[in-house]
Write a protein that binds this ligand. Sequence first.
Ligand SMILES: NC(=O)c1ccc[n+]([C@@H]2O[C@H](COP(=O)([O-])OP(=O)(O)OC[C@H]3O[C@@H](n4cnc5c(N)ncnc54)[C@H](OP(=O)(O)O)[C@@H]3O)[C@@H](O)[C@H]2O)c1
Length: 271
Amino acid sequence: MDDTTLRLRSHKRVSGYPVQDQEAAANPRPHVIAQLGQSLDGRIATTSGESKYINGPHALDHLHALRASVDAVVVGVGTVCADDPLLTVRRIAGVSPARVVIDPSGRVDPNARCFAEDGVRRLVVRRRSVVAPPLPDGVEVVPMDDAPAFDPSAVLQSLVQHGFRRILVEGGPTTLSAFLEADLVDQLHVFVSPVILGAGRIGLSRKACDTLAHALRPKAQVHVFADGDVLFRCDLRESARGAGSRDAPSPVEANPPDEQHVSSRALRAAG
Ligand SMILES: NC(=O)c1ccc[n+]([C@@H]2O[C@H](COP(=O)([O-])OP(=O)(O)OC[C@H]3O[C@@H](n4cnc5c(N)ncnc54)[C@H](OP(=O)(O)O)[C@@H]3O)[C@@H](O)[C@H]2O)c1
């Protein structure tokens, strides 16, 4: 496990979110983290929809630590259909968050693994009028107005009303992009793996910008994992081009000795 994972985990479990708690008191809006694992060429899945596992074990540990740091993890029904994820924190010691599936039309399989009864809250966000096969006992339904697409801020508001303040939007691309476009994401963790898929789903999309000056350019920290995956931890509330930082490179986090060793060895091998 890497140092970033450890820091994330201790943030909630040991230090108990002192900063976020103060923020929560002052700000009724929840804190939203989003994550994405992608290839060097920006793909989050192959053309057949396969995305397990673009990233290596270190990134997966970090993802599980991210889950352990939030109250609820949100995925779209497309991800449940494609990957049938568990959405637990089984790779690390920690408490699994509630699992929320956005499923407007009620097409999710009631036997999906994320609905397994394990003492964790499970919720489905869907249109009020939907008629669908019964969900397993204990799965809560969050009803939304009958719009073609849900306003992500309305979804977020409902989640707050259900008691969740820290939310991880874990994918897939449709869900994540909707939250991003609505400017609801505070922190974005993008794991880039040194693999090239050639084609496949693009992860992030938002309305096009005509010029680079209008591009989203969040302040980012970069972390290199021992297996070659790279994490961009982006603070979407702060621009990298804020006061005085126009051309400043993203700070690379100090790696643990092992990772530095691997990096320098790899560099030497590469000539
Ligand atoms: N690499 C990664 O990090 C990662 C992570 C997760 C998933 N994936 C991959 O992503 C692919 C699935 O992509 P996807 O875009 O279909 O997945 P998705 O975002 O999980 O699901 C999209 C579906 O969720 C519903 N939805 C989400 N937000 C909504 C909103 N605001 N309003 C109304 N409905 C909303 C819609 O369902 P309806 O169509 O029923 O209306 C929509 O089609 C899979 O191949 C999976 O493996 C990759």
